[in-house]
Write a protein of this length. Structure first.
Length: 131
């Protein structure tokens, strides 16, 4: 379970408070999306893409923070001991439904892919997290 969730909404950061319906729904949708078989690819988030997610006017990006660091159990040797997952909903790479990892400020190699980021997008829309 993440300790905090935020959304970068067209260049503005908005926190999603723990204990709220939005927080619980986003956590559940991410967990459901990462459950079972996972697909890893070498698609990686560059530093310029990360800056675009944070500062850009054309993207909606979820950031799930974990403390202590977490691990996604899979056949892949990646996504061990991360402290943030980045999920672009719109903008660069969003159509591939990737989940990128961070350990501190270091971007982890590759991406796991959700079958679809639509369930997360629905929560963002239904809860008016990014008007």
């Amino acid at each position: 379970t993440p300790g905090s969730i935020g959304i970068y909404c067209q260049g503005q950061f908005r926190a999603v408070r723990p204990g709220t319906e939005a927080f619980d729904q986003l956590t559940a949708q991410l967990s459901d999306g990462l459950w079972g078989l996972k697909r890893w690819t070498s698609l990686s988030m560059s530093e310029s893409t990360r800056n675009e997610y944070v500062e850009g006017n054309e993207s909606q990006v979820l950031e799930f923070r974990f403390n202590p660091p977490a691990t996604i159990h899979s056949y892949y040797r990646f996504f061990k001991n991360f402290d943030a997952l980045i999920v672009p909903l719109t903008g660069r790479h969003a159509n591939a439904s990737p989940v990128f990892g961070l350990k501190g400020d270091r971007i982890l190699a590759g991406a796991l892919h959700l079958e679809s980021n639509a369930p997360l997008m629905s929560v963002v829309h239904d809860q008016s997290l990014c008007p």
